[in-house]
Design a protein around this ligand. Structure first.
Ligand code: SF4
Length: 84
C-alpha cells in the first residue's frame, strides 16, 4: 500500500486554507523548533521543483510544505529520494 496522500477528504484538500493562515500557524510554533530562514528557503526550493507538490501540499505526507519545512527536525518524507 502506498503512503501517498490521496487528498480524499475536504480538509486534506486544503483549498480553504490561505497562506496567511499557514503563516499565522507557523507564528504560534516555539522559536526553538523552527529551522532558520536559509534552511527553510533551501528546503522550499526543492519542494517547488518536486512533482509531489500540489497547492502547497506534499502528496507524500499530506503536509503543507511551508509548515513541514519550517520545523527544524523534519525532513522530506520521500524515503526513496529525500530531497532535504
Ligand atoms: S517534502 Fe519532499 S516529497 Fe514533499 S514536496 Fe517537498 S521535496 Fe517533494
Amino acid at each position: 500500500m502506498s503512503n501517498e496522500c490521496k487528498k480524499c477528504l475536504l480538509y486534506e484538500a486544503g483549498e480553504k486554507v490561505t497562506s496567511g493562515e499557514i503563516e499565522a500557524y507557523i507564528n504560534t510554533l516555539p522559536q526553538d523548533i523552527k529551522a532558520d530562514n536559509d534552511t527553510f528557503l533551501n528546503r522550499i526550493s526543492f519542494c517547488k521543483r518536486c512533482d509531489y507538490l500540489i497547492s502547497g501540499m506534499c502528496r507524500k505526507c499530506g503536509c503543507y510544505v511551508e509548515v513541514r519545512a519550517r520545523i527544524k527536525s523534519n525532513n522530506c518524507p520521500d524515503v526513496n529520494n529525500r530531497k532535504w
